[in-house]
Design a protein around this ligand. Structure first.
Ligand SMILES: Cc1cc2nc3c(=O)[nH]c(=O)nc-3n(C[C@H](O)[C@H](O)[C@H](O)COP(=O)(O)OP(=O)(O)OC[C@H]3O[C@@H](n4cnc5c(N)ncnc54)[C@H](O)[C@@H]3O)c2cc1C
Ligand code: FES
Length: 350
């Protein structure tokens, strides 16, 4: 039996909208306050047959607009959670969430930046849609570019909504749609030369003053990040969001200290403590102690399990989301984090 805390929150489905075939948006109301930043995701939880399953879905609404909290979900053939949502969930249903998370967000201070480029492919538009709406409505000095790849016009999520935004913010928002069904093959898919052409045509500021966000299939995001870096875009100015989490757990090395350590953790106002025996991570040890913590991918790739280290030291077996700056600020990932050199005290606020 799990030790209950106030992590689980109930969402009531306010509306369900089919945007294109196999892709729906769900908007919610909730008695609980669910804070989020544009670009973050909601982690949903399903309990069936005594088993808990969690999946993350990027938030498509913007907190600066008077919009209901919404997500966009693509139906995955044979997928457990996406089919549950797209095929079965209707208005009035209740869903459980552990709240928002993720680091695919805007910097707290946007004063240093003049332009933001987005590279989206398919359902990778979901977090980007929220970021674009926020920038256009709340950051009037920022120029916004969207390069958006899809199979065809009819398979493009938010096509109409994006065109309306482009019309409304004609001076600040520029979209290049790429459709892989068009005859002109050199403009059908994003490739290195085309991306460089877009940079030359649309960049209005130094790369140091420009942010780049990409979300789509792994190979698409690799093309974007490599090409940008080869064109001298600083690595710190490029952000990517991975939807597909590799099931293979990757260990870079073993920790410098494999002794059993005690972890004290405060989750909102609840305090817990439990031992962590190597090779368990902090999250795995918490699960064994029947303590509910936030998590989603369990692989160091989504940042759902982020915590602040107040005392002690945590070593990561893998980390694809925390930057050097995050680590300096004491942020850690419980799913791949191991306490080293003594006991640790952590804090999680949801
Ligand atoms: C940070 C983050 C944000 C995300 N945001 C969104 C979002 O906004 N909208 C959305 O629809 N999904 C999003 N996802 C993906 C989502 O969490 C699920 O992974 C996806 O819905 C599949 O779950 P499932 O239970 O249906 O499939 P599963 O039962 O987990 O898997 C079924 C099969 O599909 C494959 N698969 C899993 N995910 C994908 C995928 N995205 N594309 C193609 N094949 C896949 C698996 O490898 C497996 O073979 C996000 C994931 C992460 C980590
Ligand atoms: S649960 Fe995804 S990084 Fe830890």
């Amino acid at each position: 039996m799990m030790i209950e805390n106030n992590l689980y929150k109930t969402l009531i489905v306010k509306s369900v909208r089919e945007i294109i075939e196999g892709f729906k948006t769900f908007s919610f109301s909730s008695e609980h306050e669910i804070n989020y930043k544009p670009g973050q995701y909601l982690t949903l939880v399903s309990h069936s047959h005594n088993e808990e399953t969690r999946r993350s879905y990027s938030i498509t609404s913007s907190p600066v607009l008077n919009e209901s909290l919404s997500i966009g979900v693509k139906r995955i053939e044979n997928g457990f959670f996406s089919r549950l949502l797209v095929d079965n969930v209707v208005q009035g249903d209740e869903l459980i969430t552990i709240g928002s998370g993720g680091l695919f967000v805007l910097p707290d201070d946007m004063h240093n930046y003049k332009q933001v480029f987005f590279f989206a492919a398919g359902s990778g538009i979901t977090p980007i849609y929220s970021l674009i709406k926020t920038l256009l409505h709340a950051h009037e000095n920022i120029d916004v570019v969207l390069i958006y790849s899809n199979a065809s016009e009819s398979k493009t999520v938010f096509l109409h909504e994006l065109k309306m935004l482009e019309e409304k913010f004609i001076k600040r928002f520029h979209i290049k749609f790429l459709f892989s069904n068009i005859v002109h093959l050199s403009k059908a898919r994003l490739h290195r030369k085309l991306l460089e052409e877009f940079l030359n045509e649309l960049c209005v500021a130094d790369y140091a003053q420009t942010l780049f966000y990409t979300c789509g299939p792994e190979s698409y995001m690799r093309l974007c990040t490599y090409t940008l870096q080869e064109n001298d875009v600083p690595k710190a100015n490029i952000k990517r969001e991975d939807f597909v989490i590799n099931a293979v757990r990757k260990r870079d090395a073993s920790p410098p200290d494999k002794n059993t350590r005690e972890v004290k953790i405060t989750v909102n106002s609840n305090n817990y403590h439990f031992p962590v025996h190597y090779p368990d991570s902090i999250l795995q040890a918490a699960k064994k102690a029947h303590i509910t913590l936030p998590y989603s991918c369990e692989a160091g790739r989504c940042a759902s399990c982020i915590a602040k280290c107040i005392e002690g030291k945590v070593w990561h077996s893998y980390n694809e989301v925390l930057t050097e700056k995050d680590i300096q600020q004491g942020l850690i990932l419980t799913c791949v984090g191991h306490p080293v050199d003594g006991n640790v005290r952590l804090e999680i606020k949801t």
